[in-house]
Design a protein around this ligand. Structure first.
Ligand code: 5GP
Ligand code: MN
Length: 315
């Protein structure tokens, strides 16, 4: 148990026997869904008994991915010989109430990850995405098994976590991996049009309300917006439709940190984005969350005004 190299992870996965369950974090993004589905399809081809379980339904904009319908939605994992958790290192972030697994392997890329030493873990904070990391491990196991049903979800996770190859986590290797994935049959326009050109009018209604909450703090260095539950109702939108809204305040000239407050059942979910000068992973960590230097998040159980005050103090 403990930290593994890519090679050790490949060996461990090859030797896994019994029932394997794959899961990821709640509010699954492209990297979470992509890594789960990529591993699901890859491990099936490797001859393993495997299924994917998530605490929430996969958002509709990922419905084009191969075998997405086979992901089970459940409150807990009853029994597994192996549990593979992707794109997070924390049990609580899976959203599952209870997990009963003999052994656990974590594959993640968050700089704030601090997994229990009772688990096996492969964590590389420098890599673009859990999907890119997963691809390298799959290649070490058996490259021939990476067909289109594996390549497409893996490509999706890389695309979404790098902001379509725009963010600073995009490396020369990221582009090489993307090139290899295209050679395995991924059609980039098919993926990006499914992801980004199927917005609903409800999303635009929601965006209209949310942009109306824009506040500029610290002489324009910080910009914040709010998604109230009431907005979702008025716009007839689902919470996942606010995905990416934090990019609007970030895109403002002079802004160094963008903040999105999302009202959740018991408090607020906060997304932080940086343009590079501020390490927002440290801020989120201090407040009980985590993430990356340029993108992080946390939750609070307080009122919105307290959440704003607390964040302003740290900023
Ligand atoms: P987002 O703002 O898109 O929800 O998340 C941005 C990044 O921060 C992602 O890499 C995500 O995994 C991480 N993150 C968001 N919320 C939390 C949280 O509550 N806890 C931790 N540990 N990480 C989070
Ligand atoms: Mn990720």
């Amino acid at each position: 148990m403990g930290r593994l190299s890519r090679e050790e992870t490949a060996r461990l996965i090859k030797e896994m026997s019994g029932k394997i369950v794959i899961t990821t974090h709640k509010s699954p993004d492209g990297d979470a869904v992509g890594s789960c589905l990529g591993w699901l399809n890859f491990l099936k081809k490797l001859g393993k008994e495997v299924k994917a379980v998530m605490s929430e339904k996969v958002p509709y904009f990922f419905d084009f991915l191969p075998d997405v319908e086979s992901v089970e939605v459940a409150e807990s994992i009853e029994s597994a010989d192996w549990l593979i958790i992707t794109d997070t290192s924390e049990f609580e972030r899976t959203g599952l109430k209870s997990i009963n697994a003999k052994s656990v392997l974590i594959i993640d890329h968050h700089i704030t990850a601090s997994p229990s030493e009772e688990f096996y873990y492969l964590i590389e904070p420098e890599i673009s995405s859990t999907c890119e990391l997963s691809y390298f491990v799959m290649k070490l196991i058996n490259e021939e098994l990476i067909d289109k049903s594996v390549a497409m979800p893996i490509y999706t996770g890389i695309l979404t976590d790098t902001g379509c190859f725009r963010y600073s986590n995009t490396s020369p290797e990221t582009h090489s991996v993307a090139s290899e994935l295209l050679k395995k049959g991924v059609e980039p326009y098919f993926v990006s049009s499914n992801l980004f050109e199927r917005n609903r009018v409800s999303k635009f209604k929601l965006l209209e309300y949310v942009l109306g909450t824009l506040e500029m703090w610290f002489e324009g260095k910080v910009a914040s917006v709010v998604v109230y539950k009431e907005f979702l109702k008025k716009a007839n939108a689902s919470p996942e439709e606010s995905e990416g809204f934090v990019n609007y305040p970030r895109s403002i000239e002079g802004v160094e940190v963008a903040v999105l407050f999302r009202e959740i059942d018991r408090g607020w979910k906060i997304s932080l984005r940086s343009k590079g000068k501020v390490d927002v992973s440290q801020i989120a960590k201090e407040l009980g969350g985590g993430g990356h230097k340029m993108a992080s998040g946390y939750e609070v159980r307080t009122s919105l005004s307290s959440a704003k005050r607390q964040l302003k103090e740290i900023l």
